[in-house]
Design a protein around this ligand. Structure first.
Ligand code: ARG
Length: 563
């Protein structure tokens, strides 16, 4: 039972006639300082009922309360301060984690129902941006967190592999590109061609029409156009996969926008059947004024379909394929309006399941205070960022632990982990600046710090040659361990919060706090001292390793046992 529940029950037993147990629970507070106990009950609200001063009421209650579950119950002015029985609670908590291992904090909220997660989704022929990195790592972590609470996460990379830009690219390639250059340096060469197209088109607007014509050829399955497109796509995907491999992230599906090309007619037909399509200057739109939104543009004047039309087809496909409980879209907050329109249009069509589509927005990453944009060519190449981070981790390991075996592998886990953790540790809607030095530090609120704490705890267990015994009664009653025990106690609730808010930062923050509490404990306590609580202390260290490792896993980081 949670501490608050234990206290609520004890208080309720003596105020039964005047308050319900829920009312008592609502009144309970978490004291700010440990000197005021673990849970406090303020008596103010009873003053009106008992016609007595709150201080007096606190004294009266203290005398009547059954204090067997507590170390002590203290009266401080109008408050009753409850100090939990540390031995009892620590025993319960430690034995639960030792029994459940990494399944501690698992739930079955979802009954294994499907949750497709639209994530990463970079655009072919362009470098994967910091924004796509955010989508990738946030989506990946949400997939793990939802899995932990009982959903079946399905990670979908909705590649941006369709649209007029591919017509432009085909034109640019035929005019100014060579096969060799694209083979040698796919993304940067394709990007160069794309940028060149836009520069030239400023002087010669007829290029735009050529681009549209080339895209129409693509839509009409012209073999040459299709071949080029397929080639650009697979070269790009190879490059993306290098980054996904470095991040250790996989997908269940790479069905991107092109996959829905032949599924959009149905959408248009359905809209027509439901009399939702309106003509507007030759284009086809759906009126969304009932939702206070601008109309959704479904078909352009030239008959070409749009991003939103493909997203409608994708939503319907996912509903039919997965019968999802929820369908998530981890996409930057600059697309919030698009997702509002998408949901509204589907709702107009009578699809109530559109309520289960959830846009999970996130803020921008800036570098040195500036916004990053691909158009102007100021791109931060992700691969470079990751390689720099790995190099920095390597340097620090060489300094701290030069004799470490598999140094290279650990440096990778730490460097890449640092970038991921940095991205996940702040509320996802926050905008943040990216500075490599800050990301890869072994101290402070970083991934390496959490990993390092885990490795340190593991080394204590190795030194003591400790394995926990499920049958043993481990119990601790010192203040240092109590702080950690409380973090462990809060763990399941933390998981629920992270899942409910789709917020990996909740997990990251818990990991940092737990690591800090553990390091404080480690600094103040002789864990290996040979006294009667040695084994219990080691059990606590073991429990810390279980939770830190699970936190790291949920965030998508590795937990090296030595570093
Ligand atoms: N490719 C798009 C972009 O880079 C993101 C796609 C997001 N997913 C979606 N279903 N619309 O902006």
């Amino acid at each position: 039972m949670k501490n608050k529940e234990v206290v609520a029950k004890a208080v309720f037993d003596v105020v039964k006639d005047d308050l319900t147990i829920e009312q008592v629970e609502q009144l309970l507070e978490n004291p700010k300082s440990a000197a005021h106990g673990d849970v406090a009950f303020p008596t103010f609200s009873l003053a009106k009922i008992y016609h007595k001063a709150p201080q007096q009421i606190a004294n009266d209650l203290a005398e009547k309360i059954d204090n067997t579950s507590f170390e002590k119950v203290e009266v401080v002015g109008p408050y009753l301060n409850f100090f939990m029985d540390k031995k009892k609670v620590s025993h319960e908590v430690l034995s639960t984690v030792i029994k459940q291992g990494e399944h501690y904090g698992d739930f079955n909220l979802g009954n294994n129902s499907n949750v497709p997660i639209d994530m990463s989704s970079p655009n072919i022929a362009k470098p994967i941006s910091m924004g796509h990195l955010r989508s990738t790592v946030i989506g990946n972590s949400i997939a793990f967190i939802l899995q932990k609470v009982g959903y079946n996460s399905i990670k979908i990379n909705h590649l941006g592999d369709w649209g007029t830009q591919f017509g432009k690219l085909i034109v640019a390639y035929k005019k100014w590109g060579t096969e060799e250059e694209v083979r040698n340096n796919p993304i940067s060469e394709l990007l160069r061609l794309y940028v060149e197209f836009h520069e030239k088109a400023e002087e010669d607007p007829s290029l735009e029409e050529d681009g549209r014509a080339a895209f129409r050829q693509l839509e009409n399955n012209d073999p040459e156009a299709i071949n080029l497109w397929q080639w650009f796509r697979s070269e790009s995907l190879n490059e993306f996969n290098k980054i996904y491999d470095m991040l250790g992230i996989t997908f269940d599906s790479y069905k991107g926008e092109a996959f829905y090309e032949d599924k959009m007619d149905e959408i248009v037909e359905l809209l027509e059947e439901k009399h939702l399509l309106k003509e507007d200057q030759g284009a086809e739109i759906v009126d969304l004024s009932a939702y206070d939104l601008n109309p959704a543009l479904i078909k352009k004047r030239d008959g070409g379909t749009l991003y939103i039309t493909r997203d409608m087809a994708a939503a319907l496909y996912r509903k039919r394929t997965y019968d999802f409980a929820k369908s998530l879209y981890v996409v930057g907050n600059e697309q919030s309006y698009h997702f509002k329109q998408l949901k509204a249009t589907l709702k107009e069509m009578g699809y109530d399941w559109s309520d289960d589509m959830i846009h999970i927005p996130f803020g921008l990453i800036t570098k040195d205070g500036k916004k990053l944009s691909t158009r102007k060519g100021q791109i931060v190449l992700l691969e470079e960022v990751l390689n720099d981070a790995i190099q920095s981790a390597q340097d620090q390991i060489a300094e701290k632990n030069p004799s470490l075996e598999n140094k290279e592998q650990v440096a990778k886990q730490v460097g890449v982990g640092a970038v991921i953790f940095h991205d996940l540790k702040t509320d996802r809607l926050n905008t943040f600046d990216f500075t490599l030095d800050e990301v890869v530090r072994f101290e402070g609120e970083t991934g390496p710090y959490v990993q390092y704490t885990y490795a340190r705890a593991m080394s204590i267990l190795r030194k003591a040659n400790f394995t926990p015994d499920k049958e043993k009664n481990y119990a601790l009653d010192d203040e240092g361990s109590w702080e950690i025990v409380k973090f462990v106690q809060d763990y399941p609730e933390m998981i629920l919060e992270a899942a409910d808010k789709y917020e990996p930062s909740v997990v990251a923050k818990h990991a940092i706090k737990l690591a800090q509490a553990f390091n404080k404990y480690y600094g103040n306590t002789r864990i290996l001292a040979e006294d009667e609580q040695q084994e219990a202390r080691l059990a606590l260290v073991y429990v810390v390793t279980v939770l830190l490792k699970e936190d790291l896993r949920l965030l998508g980081l590795q937990a090296p046992a030595r570093m």
